[in-house]
Write a protein that binds this ligand. Structure first.
Ligand code: SAM
Length: 294
C-alpha cells in the first residue's frame, strides 16, 4: 500500500509539467523499451517518488514502482487509444454507446481505464479489484481526466461485495485468466439482472500455444519461452483438474491460466449464462464471449 504522503507526491508529479513524461518513462521501463530519450529530471523524479531504486535510467523498479507501473502503463495506452475501450471498433460488444444508462460492473478493473471510458458515455459504473494499490491510484488518474473518484471496491471477483441482480452488465476484460473461472462466472451471474449481459475478453489455450511455438521458432528460449511454457503447463493443469497451481509471493497478475475456448463457454453455461454464439468470437489473440443471464 502507498502512504498518503506517497500518493500526494505522485499526484503532484502527475499533475506537473513532467507528468506525461513520467508516465511515458515508467511505461517504457515496464515494457523494456530501450531507446527513449528521457530527461534526467524525470529520472530523478521517478527516484524521488520511490518508483525506481536509484536516479539512473536503467535502475530497476522498487516493488511499489513495479505495481504503480502497471496502472501508469494502462493509463498510457488508454491515452494513446484516445480514451477508447480495448477493441472498440473491432467487435460490436465494445461500442461504449451500448452502455449508456446501464449499471456496469467490471471485475478485475485495475485502476479503471475502462470505467473512465464508460462513465464518459453515461454508464453507472462500479469496479472490483483485489490489488489495493490500483484502487489508491484510481482517484489520481480519474482526477487527471476531470472525473470524480470512481466506485472501485477492493475484493476478489470470486466473492463480490455487491447485491444479487443489481447490475445490467458485467465485464471481465483481460482478467478472467487470473481468477477461479467457475467462481467468478457464478458471481457474475448472481449480480446480473435476468437478461443482463456478461462480456469477457481474454486469452485462451490455443492462442498461448501458438505464442509459445512462435517464441521457440525465434529461439527465445529464455526468459520468454520459459515463461510461456510455464503458463501452458499451468493452463493444462487447470484444464484437466479445474485447480490452479499456487506459488508463494504471487501477484494478482503473475500466474495466468488460459483454458480452451470450449472450457470457458461450458463454464458460463454451467453457471446459467446463455452464450450468444454470433457475438462470441476470437478478436486478435483473445476470445470475446458475450452471454446473457438466463
Ligand atoms: C490485466 S489487468 C486488466 C485490467 C482491466 N480490466 C483492463 O482491461 O485494462 C487484470 C486485473 O485483474 C485483477 N485481478 C486478478 N485476480 C483477481 C481476482 N481474483 N479478483 C479481482 N481482481 C483480480 C488484477 O489485480 C488486475 O488489475
Amino acid at each position: 500500500m502507498l502512504t498518503q504522503k506517497n500518493l500526494d507526491a505522485l499526484s503532484e508529479a502527475l499533475n506537473s509539467q513532467q507528468g506525461a513524461e513520467l508516465v511515458h518513462f515508467v511505461t517504457s521501463k515496464n515494457l523494456g523499451w530501450t531507446i527513449q530519450p528521457f530527461s534526467s529530471a524525470v529520472v530523478e523524479l521517478a527516484a524521488s517518488l520511490g518508483l525506481i531504486q536509484r536516479a539512473e535510467r536503467s535502475a530497476p523498479f522498487t516493488h511499489v514502482g513495479y505495481v504503480v507501473a502497471d496502472s501508469l502503463r494502462e493509463y498510457f495506452f488508454w491515452k494513446q487509444r484516445g480514451g477508447m475501450l480495448h477493441n472498440q471498433g473491432n467487435h460490436p460488444a465494445f461500442d461504449p454507446r451500448r452502455f449508456a444508462g446501464k449499471r456496469v460492473l467490471e471485475l478485475g478493473c485495475g485502476f479503471g481505464s475502462n470505467l473512465l471510458t464508460l462513465n464518459a458515455h453515461g454508464a453507472a459504473t462500479i469496479g472490483v479489484d483485489v490489488e489495493p494499490i490500483y484502487l489508491q491510484l484510481a482517484p489520481i488518474l480519474f482526477a487527471l481526466e476531470g472525473q470524480g473518484s470512481p466506485d472501485i471496491r477492493c475484493a476478489s471477483a470470486e466473492a463480490i461485495p455487491i447485491g444479487d441482480h443489481s447490475q445490467d452488465v458485467v465485464l471481465l476484460l483481460g482478467a478472467l485468466q487470473y481468477m477461479d473461472i467457475e467462481a467468478a462466472l457464478a458471481e457474475a451471474r448472481r449480480v446480473l439482472v435476468p437478461g443482463g449481459e456478461l462480456i469477457t475478453l481474454g486469452g485462451y489455450l490455443g492462442a498461448i500455444t501458438r505464442e509459445w511455438l512462435h517464441t521457440m521458432r525465434g529461439r527465445s528460449w529464455f526468459p520468454e519461452g520459459l515463461h510461456t511454457a510455464r503458463t501452458m503447463v499451468d493452463s493444462m493443469v487447470y484444464e484437466l483438474t479445474g485447480r490452479r497451481i499456487r506459488r508463494n509471493h504471487e501477484f494478482s497478475t503473475s500466474v495466468p491460466v488460459y483454458p480452451t475456448i470450449g472450457h470457458i463457454k461450458r463454464a458460463a453455461h454451467r453457471q446459467g449464462l446463455e452464450v450468444k454464439t454470433a457475438w462470441t468470437k476470437v478478436v486478435g489473440h483473445e476470445l470475446c464471449m458475450v452471454a446473457r443471464a438466463a
